[in-house]
Design a protein around this ligand. Structure first.
Ligand code: ADP
Length: 706
């Protein structure tokens, strides 16, 4: 691609749009397209600022060996844009690993950039090949047997034509022999097809399960911030739909390539039998192929737009199903329905547009094919009449043409569509596996065999990542300093939204501090490994997620080798054993999705029991008993009192009455510690704490009164 103009705003805009379109043609990776566009944008603006709007520039873009090569030539004074690059441009060049070279000759500045394209077909196929491990022998067998079948298929029309000619001539001995040969050829062809299909199927299924396992593993490692931001639909769609396209990719490619060999074989056979017919067939195929390529290119863009709309629709469905109880109770079905309908319509309209456009191109190709068929028959008749070919040759050519014509062009379309779909799916699956768009949780390497559970926050600030980068993130924790001693019970209190849960999120490394350091037993928590943190720290939240499994399996998921005794003990400690035993199916009771058939209190206690099966040192309870009645609450407090002798317990409590005997109470206000001490100290010193406590006493008196 070439673009020439001066540095006027209009020309720059046009040049950038051309650059983006070029990148879009050569790579399905949208991130790369956007990066190339941004690089060009920054580069041209840097040059314009230095050289003025009237200076002329030329951009030449080529795509070679997986790289986009950009040459920017500017006329005028000596100017190296790389020496004057903005911080953004430098970062873009660095992130994208762009090579850049500047030179000057004959009054022209030349800047050459080489942008590596991340996911080309070759790279994607290489990655998919990785997942065929253990099945490569089967894959080779599939390809070989398919090639054998194709070779034999090309011979069939020659034999069939001979049969017809012999029938006409009445040469019966030869006919019998031909029939036998034809029979053997057909049986071997079927056998080859059977072996290749079975082998491809085996490769596909194994590849799919390898890929799905790896992807599930990858999804589990993605940071919480990223999962919150992207929503469940995206992950479900990629795990179920895109892995399938990828897994079948190698098989499809091998299958399509073999078929291409088939058509090339037929073309060669036509050339041998009759060169003029070969020329005509070739011309027809070229025209039809041209239309097909155009169609595939248009569909590539439409398909991406459609898939994005579909992802937004499935994401919303997942939200609606998960929150269906709340949707009903909020009497909000109409709003949800209309939002869902909008998204359904949007996705469907985009699909319909894509299909309609596809059909227009198909129609044009089909009609050229029909005209070609008519022409072919006329020419065949003329050649036969002029005795240029005999009847056997005419039959062979006719059979070949019917095998070749439309199916070959369709194959080309399928091939292009396959590449497009395969690359799109690869882009989406590998984005999940690689670190770029979906950051993975990262831990340090330091392992502590045993931890005590002393936390220290030193100037810790934190903001949740905003989905909209233009909105300034809201600082939830602001230079927070606090100490939580090991082997004691500490309570964190404060008004809603003051950052209590966020503190827990940082302690359990679900999120990392934006600045400052969280220390665990004197070690920077970022340097500790996953095992040290996750195996020692147990977190029970206010709304724990209970899995759609039996009660026993919910517990087993935490400790697969638990004994019956361990199970009962954990549930006794959480004061729920008796209730479970009284259920009709006891521990085998199936829990509805999201814990639907359990009360809030039962859900909380089951979540507590789940943690008592683990050998933790630190227990973080985030309003974990808020749904319990006073009697059950005090029983759980008894359990916690026993635990506090050997464990560090940190409680976020809404009901202050539950933490009166805590060793230390920390009052958090707007992301900072307002005060800390025992209940008595806080009552004396901290007015907001006193207020909170008296409002609770007042509420209790009111409810007693009622
Ligand atoms: P508390 O536990 O004291 O009620 P939180 O720590 O839950 O407070 O929340 C503090 C602030 O952080 C609130 O303004 C809340 O809206 C915001 N917040 C909490 N979780 C997220 C999240 N996952 N993404 C964005 N903002 C969040």
């Amino acid at each position: 691609m070439n673009y020439r103009g001066t540095f006027s705003s209009e020309n720059i805009e046009k040049a950038i749009s051309n650059v983006y379109n070029f990148a879009d043609q050569v790579t399905p990776e949208r991130q790369t397209c956007i990066r190339v566009k941004l690089i060009m944008d920054e580069l041209l603006l840097t040059c314009r600022d230095a050289m003025g709007e009237t200076a002329a520039f030329t951009i030449t873009l080529t795509y070679r060996q997986g790289d986009i090569r950009i040459i920017l030539e500017t006329e005028g004074d000596e100017f190296d844009p790389m020496q004057n690059a903005s911080p953004l441009l430098l970062r873009l060049l660095q992130d994208t690993a762009v090579e850049s070279v500047w030179s000057r000759s004959k009054g022209i500045n030349t800047t050459k950039l080489v942008v590596p394209v991340c996911n080309t077909l070759k790279k994607n196929l290489k990655l998919s090949w990785k997942y065929t491990e253990g099945q490569r022998g089967t894959f080779v067998l599939a390809v070989l047997s398919q090639l054998v079948g194709i070779g034999l298929k090309i011979a069939i029309p020659v034999l069939s034509a001979q049969v017809i000619v012999n029938l006409e001539a009445g040469i019966f001995e030869e006919l019998l022999l031909l029939a036998a040969v034809l029979f053997v050829v057909l049986v071997v062809t079927d056998l080859a097809a059977f072996i290749s299909n079975r082998s491809y199927n085996k490769v596909y299924n194994r590849t799919l399960s390898n890929l799905e396992k790896d992807l599930v593993n990858g999804i589990l490692k993605i940071t919480n911030g990223c999962v919150d931001e992207k929503g469940a639909g995206l992950f479900i769609q990629r795990l179920t739909v895109d892995t399938n396209t990828l897994a079948i990719g190698l098989d499809t490619l091998a299958d399509l390539t073999s078929q291409i060999f088939n058509y090339l074989g037929i073309l060669a056979a036509i050339l041998l039998v009759c060169p003029p017919i070969f020329m005509i067939v070739l011309a027809l195929l070229t025209i039809q192929s041209f239309i097909e390529i155009k169609r595939a290119n248009k569909m590539k863009k439409d398909d991406r737009i459609y898939r994005e709309a579909n992802e937004s629709f499935t994401g919303f469905v997942a939200e609606m199903v998960n929150g269906s109880r709340d949707v009903k109770l909020l009497h909000n079905e109409d709003n949800f329905r209309s939002e869902l309908e909008n998204r359904i319509d949007d996705a469907n309209n985009k699909r319909m547009y894509m299909q309609n456009r596809g059909w227009k191109y198909r129609m044009a190709r089909l009609e050229i094919g029909e005209a070609g068929y008519f022409m072919f028959i006329v020419i065949l008749a003329l050649l036969t009449k002029a005795e240029q070919i005999d009847s056997a040759q005419a039959i062979i050519l006719f059979t070949y043409y019917t095998q070749l014509g439309s199916p070959a062009v369709l194959l080309l379309g399928q091939f292009l569509e396959f590449i497009k779909g395969f690359n799109l799916s690869a882009e989406r699956v590998y984005a999940l596996l690689e670190n770029t768009e979906f950051p993975k949780e990262s831990f340090g390497t330091r392992h502590l065999d045993e931890i005590k559970g002393a936390f220290r926050f030193e100037n810790v600030s934190f903001a949740y990542k905003n989905a909209n980068p233009l909105v300034r993130p809201h600082m939830v924790l602001k230079q927070l300093n606090m100490e939580i001693p090991a082997g004691q019970m500490t309570a964190i209190v404060g008004r809603s939204g003051s950052g209590k849960t966020t503190v827990f999120n940082l302690m359990s490394m679900l999120y990392k501090a934006s600045s400052g350091v969280v220390f665990l037993d004197g070690e920077n928590i970022r340097e500790l490994d996953r095992e040290t943190i996750r195996s020692n720290i147990a977190v029970v939240s206010q709304n724990p997620y209970i899995f759609h499994l039996s009660i026993r399996d919910n517990l087993k998921i935490v400790k697969p080798d638990m004994t019956e005794e361990e199970m009962h003990r954990a549930c006794r400690m959480a004061c729920i054993d008796e209730e479970i035993c009284n259920m009709e199916e006891g521990y085998d009771t199936l829990i509805g999705e999201g814990g639907a058939n359990l009360s809030g209190g039962q859900r909380q206690r089951l979540a507590i029991a789940r943690n008592f099966l683990r050998d933790f040192r630190v227990l973080l309870m985030d309003e974990a008993t808020s749904a319990l009645d006073n009697i059950t609450q005090s029983k759980i407090q008894e359990t916690l009192s026993n635990l506090r002798k050997t464990h560090t317990i940190i409680i976020i409590a809404h009901r202050l009455s539950t933490i009166l005997d805590a060793d230390k109470i920390i009052y958090l206000d707007d992301g900072k510690v307002l005060d800390e001490g025992t209940h008595q100290e806080m009552m004396q010193r901290c007015a907001p704490y006193r207020e909170l406590y008296s409002s609770e006493i007042h509420a209790m008196e009111m409810s007693d009164h009622i």
